[in-house]
Design a protein around this ligand. Structure first.
Ligand SMILES: Cc1ncc(COP(=O)(O)O)c(C=O)c1O
Length: 451
């Protein structure tokens, strides 16, 4: 029996708070109250392994007392500090310095904000402003189908997954975006097979730029590994090819690392897997380990030079000193505790188990991803790759069963995303024993799915 306190909280939530996954006016009956290590606990005292780091953001788990202390210390010193009218503050400057030590070389200029969407908006605005400053007036942005970049104006304009669903009732979305097929090999829009495809999806960018006219294209934006659509990693050739195409046409290359940055894929930033340097990296989520809302756009000296003297502001809470303090401490922990290395090692271990034990199962179509950003595609028919009937609500059922068994599973379903997928994206501090515990429960669910 659920306690009266929990019932009251749930009722108020249902009637007043937007937060339900698909519709206003619902919740899943759980009120979160505490977190420790990789675990979440609700108001009934039930604990769950957080195998999705909630929104793939709690990279450092829930017990980082040093971050909490850093936030408290900063709030006692300077509860707020604006980045407007020429003012700055010591925490934000120190945070920029720390970030410059971990981003790919040459991206040591920053524009701060409070969220991933906010950072995407800034990157879009900056790339158009850059074109205007250079006198080219380019404004179109090329993005990928199956991508996710947020639900604000520019973020939704760039988002390519579920365009029918996500934009329903809120059209027109911001104009000026062109979508091209993504690197989702399992359901290739060109009907090709890797590696025989010659990475057609990457080369197609060239064709589209030429057809649209390079003098119209301000930027290309993509996630180095696609997250919201189900943890889909590109073939290794993809990013070097698109990077070169952007360079050839003088189109800015924007890597949206809001989800895949900060160690998630086993490198501090995912573009490091292929040794490429985009012009802009967008970051948020793991930047504070999710202990405070924060976001940043890291960009090149060339863009900085072009934008000097231009009116480019961010938002009221951009560079909030408490968020900056949280980020400084989080970066120290990532480096000191070798969190990124742990993500690589645990990711490799999890992937080995998934390939060996899960992939042969009748309902597992593919397992993909880098580091601890792993996706498992669920299908009704392995041969034809046919998904389960939408009416069966398969991923929701998997998530519900997970909660009953003590694990939170992040799922994405074919209604909005390109496939029915379960994510394995736990906090990056996870141990091998905890990986085993999580995968054992997951196996007990996926292993029993019937086509
Ligand atoms: C790649 C990417 N970009 C942008 C966003 C939007 O970030 P936020 O929800 O913080 O606004 C997300 C959120 O999941 C994301 O994964």
């Amino acid at each position: 029996m659920t306690s009266r306190r929990t019932e009251k909280l749930l009722k108020y939530d249902r009637e007043h708070i937007v937060g339900s996954r698909w519709a206003i006016g619902g919740n899943n009956g759980i009120v979160l109250e505490k977190g420790y290590g990789i675990y979440l606990q609700d108001t009934e005292g039930t604990t769950y392994i957080d195998s999705g780091s909630q929104l793939i953001c709690v990279n450092l788990g829930y017990s980082q007392q040093e971050i909490i202390n850093a936030i408290r210390d900063e709030l006692e010193k300077l509860p707020f500090g604006m980045l407007f009218f020429g003012f700055t503050n010591d925490a934000t400057v120190e945070c920029a310095r720390k970030l410059s030590g971990i981003v790919p070389p040459g991206l040591d200029h920053f524009n701060f904000t409070t969220s991933g969407s906010g950072a995407v908006e800034l990157a879009i605005r900056m790339s158009r402003l850059y074109s205007s400053a250079k006198g080219t007036g380019k404004y179109k942005i090329i993005a990928l189908y199956d991508s996710y970049h947020g639900t604000t104006g520019g973020g939704l304009g760039a988002t390519g997954m579920g365009r029918g669903g996500l934009t329903r009732g809120v059209t027109p979305v911001m104009p000026g975006f062109i979508h091209i097929p993504s690197y989702y090999c399992y359901r290739c829009m060109f009907g090709l097979k890797y590696p025989g495809c010659d990475i057609n999806c990457a080369r197609y960018l060239n064709e589209v730029i030429e057809k649209e006219g390079a003098n119209n294209i301000a930027a290309f934006i993509a996630e180095p590994e696609m997250g919201a659509s189900g943890m889909i990693a590109p073939p290794p050739e993809y990013w070097p090819i698109v990077r070169e195409i952007c360079r050839k046409h003088d189109v800015l290359c924007i890597a949206d690392e809001v989800m895949c940055g900060f160690g998630r894929t086993g490198k501090m930033f995912t573009v490091e897997h292929w040794n490429i340097r985009p012009d802009i990296i967008i970051m948020s989520k793991g930047i504070t380990g999710a202990y405070m809302p924060f976001g940043a756009v890291a960009f090149s000296a060339e863009i900085w030079q072009a934008l000097i003297g231009r009116g480019l502001t961010s938002y009221t809470f951009a560079g909030h000193p408490a968020s900056a303090a949280a980020s400084i401490k989080a970066i120290e922990i990532y480096l000191r505790d070798k969190v990124v290395e742990n993500a690589a090692e645990m990711g490799k271990y999890a992937m080995e188990r998934l390939k060996k034990e899960f992939l042969p199962l009748p309902c597992v179509g593919e397992v993909s991803g880098l580091g601890l950003m792993i996706g498992i595609e669920i299908v009704a028919d392995k041969k034809t790759r046919k998904p389960f009937d939408l009416k069966l609500n398969i991923t929701q059922r998997i998530q519900d069963e997970g909660l009953e068994k003590g694990i939170y599973l992040r799922v994405s379903d074919i209604g909005t995303t390109p496939g029915d997928r379960i994510a394995f994206c736990p906090p990056l501090i996870i141990t091998r024993e905890e990986v085993d515990k999580a995968l054992d429960i997951l196996y007990s669910i996926v292993g029993n799915l019937k086509p």
